[in-house]
Design a protein. Structure first.
Lengths: 134, 461
């Protein structure tokens, strides 16, 4: 069974592939709420990626998930460089993992908390329906 | 014409709810006086990391979640469970429940069959183990037989279990000496926030269902913060009911040891609570609860435990999805549904668990899969939607990956209020979720606090 590596595209990434053949390969997901590119790889290469990172795993759909964000950035860089969604993209990214070692280590330690207002949920939680009775 | 309405909650598994919690301090002192030694409960470690704490099993036994199990299993009971998934009494039960101890600790304690052992947790008296039998196990053998092998269980086991499987590691990491006997909690723990408002042991859950007038209730198993696919599953599975959809939807989270990167348990229970606080399901119809158990990820085997727990809570139906309680590709992705539709003979079920002697009353709602289909413009059920290639499947790992990349999941995937609950706990515990610091502190903190209780003089050293 083939394995897959998905790269979610934000505005910046979409701009980077605009006008290239990759643009036609963009897949809308969740009704267009997100867009992504998908690289199909062999089982062996998929396993090789998993082996590089402690938390990485195949999910139920056969996608390689929970790789560091630094690795996803590297894969996207290789996609743009090679203008391809072939598995050579992942091979090239795996070969360059030593260059992102520090970024991966930093990510393992901390990731900044998103700067969003959560006061509305804190307000809702002030009056829970289920109350402790013990 | 027979009346098809369901008028009562299902009976407890085994006939009655086990409740082995002493709330009278004088009685607790009398029971402690009979103990001949004290043992401080220790977590089970795998490669230095906590993967289980037997206190969670003691809680689940004594509060009746595992009824009719009353304690750590004898050797004969262990063999019966491993061979047939039946207790010696004949009631279905899937997993070994064992109090394990190292040879060194066993020698230090100097206890044997007939002795009572006081178990201490967080430096306070917690429970008593009435030792009925002491025996040895080979932890690796117990691990293999618990989960099965491709040779012995070819219907559903695809590859041999190994050290990448958390549940397998739990059993492999057990100490070799087993003290078998009944547990009794003699110092009732206080459940910590935020878990305390979700604490519904079977007796209390049944009282709450009756108070709400529920007779048809469906359970949703979780170990995740809910995405909109989970929400759709809950809402649609609940249509099963009798002459109307189920009265209640009960989320029962499994709370215990976690893996690095998983969502914190606090975010899981509060994320589910937000589904009703933010009005996506009416709170009159939706309850969030939890069970203390270090998840074994045993797919069909785990589903039997889920059936036992939720039936004991008074729940009539249980939704089972693809890859239920699974990790990796050890089992067929539909192993749980195979068990609950036709049985798995090699695991002792030549019929589904609700059709065998000593079986369960809870009924399965086997759900294949939901996905988001842009053509159907809805959360489509896989047995309905044929729009292959355009639908999007849900994946918790995918969503964690989005969060990891700093992308706020769109509302089509995650309710904004639920995401903000994740952010709340991200602020408190940091990232990655369930990092080493969190796991270490959590193992010291646990989910409970114990009131101070004086040790009897003869047990003070």
């Amino acid at each position: 069974m083939a394995k897959f590596f998905g790269v979610v595209l934000d505005e910046k990434r979409l701009a980077a592939i605009k006008g290239t053949p990759l643009e036609e390969k963009v897949e809308p997901i969740f009704g267009g709420a997100l867009k992504r590119l998908v690289v199909e790889v062999s089982d062996d290469l998929g396993q090789k990626v998993i082996d590089q990172f402690t938390k990485a795993r195949f999910d139920a759909r056969g996608f390689i998930e929970e790789t560091p964000a630094a690795f996803k950035r590297l894969v996207f860089k290789k996609i743009v460089e090679k203008k391809s969604l072939g598995q050579e993209v992942i091979e090239a990214a795996v070969a360059e993992i030593p260059s992102i070692k520090d970024d991966v280590a930093k990510e393992d330690r901390e990731l900044p908390v998103p700067d969003i207002d959560i006061s509305d949920v804190l307000e809702l939680q002030k009056n829970p329906v289920q109350k402790p009775v013990q | 014409m027979p009346d098809v309405r369901i008028k009562t909650l299902p009976p407890p598994h085994g006939g009655k709810i086990v409740e082995r919690v002493v709330r009278d301090p004088e009685m607790a002192r009398k029971l402690m006086a009979k103990c001949s030694a004290v043992y401080d409960i220790k977590p089970t470690l795998f490669k230095g990391n906590p993967v289980r704490n037997v206190y969670r099993e003691i809680m689940s036994v004594c509060y009746g979640f595992f009824s009719p199990v009353e304690g750590s299993m004898t050797k004969a009971e262990l063999e019966s469970v491993l061979e047939k998934r039946r207790l010696l009494s004949g009631w279905v039960f899937p997993y070994p429940i064992l109090f394990d101890i190292s040879e060194e600790d066993f020698k230090k304690l100097g206890v044997g069959a007939g002795d009572w052992l006081l178990l201490r947790l967080k430096d306070e008296p917690f429970a008593i183990l009435e030792i009925e039998e002491v025996y040895e196990i080979s932890p690796g053998d117990v691990a293999v037989r618990t989960f099965g092998t491709p040779e012995h269980n070819p219907e559903v086991v695809k590859v041999p279990f190994d050290q990448k499987h958390t549940g397998y590691n739990i059993y492999c990491s057990l100490n070799p000496i087993i003290l078998a006997g009944k547990y009794t909690i003699i110092n009732e723990p206080k459940i910590r926030e935020p878990f305390n408002r979700f604490w519904y042991p079977p007796k209390k859950a049944r009282e709450e269902f009756e108070r709400r007038g529920w007779t048809t209730v469906i359970a949703h198993q979780t170990r995740n913060v809910p995405h909109t696919g989970h929400e759709a599953l809950m809402k649609m599975a609940a249509y099963i009911g009798d002459i109307k959809p189920c009265d209640g939807i009960v989320v029962n989270a499994i709370i215990g040891a976690k893996r690095i990167g998983d969502f914190p348990d606090e975010a899981i229970v509060e994320g589910h609570e937000m589904v009703h606080l933010a009005g996506y399901i009416k709170p009159e119809r939706h309850m969030v609860t939890f069970t203390l158990w270090d998840m074994r990820y045993g797919n069909p085997i785990e589903s039997l435990l889920h059936g036992v727990i939720r039936q004991n809570m008074g729940i009539s139906f249980h939704m089972f999805g693809r890859d239920h309680a699974a990790l990796g590709e050890y089992y067929d992705i539909y192993a749980t549904q195979i068990l609950w539709s036709k049985g798995i003979p090699s695991f002792g079920f030549d019929a589904p668990p609700y059709e065998v002697d000593g079986g369960l009353h809870i009924r399965p709602q086997n759900i294949a899969e939901f996905w988001y289909c842009p053509k159907c413009r809805e959360f489509a059920y896989s047995d309905n939607c044929t729009h292959k290639g355009i639908y999007s499947r849900y994946s918790g790992s995918f969503i964690r990956g989005l969060i990891n990349e700093g992308v706020m999941p769109p509302p089509e995937i995650y309710r904004p209020e639920v995401y903000k609950v994740v952010v709340k706990w991200w602020q408190k515990f940091g990232y990655p979720f369930n990092n080493e610091k969190y796991l270490k502190e959590r193992e010291e903190r646990l989910e409970v606090d114990l009131p101070h209780m004086e040790l009897p003089a003869h047990l003070k050293k």
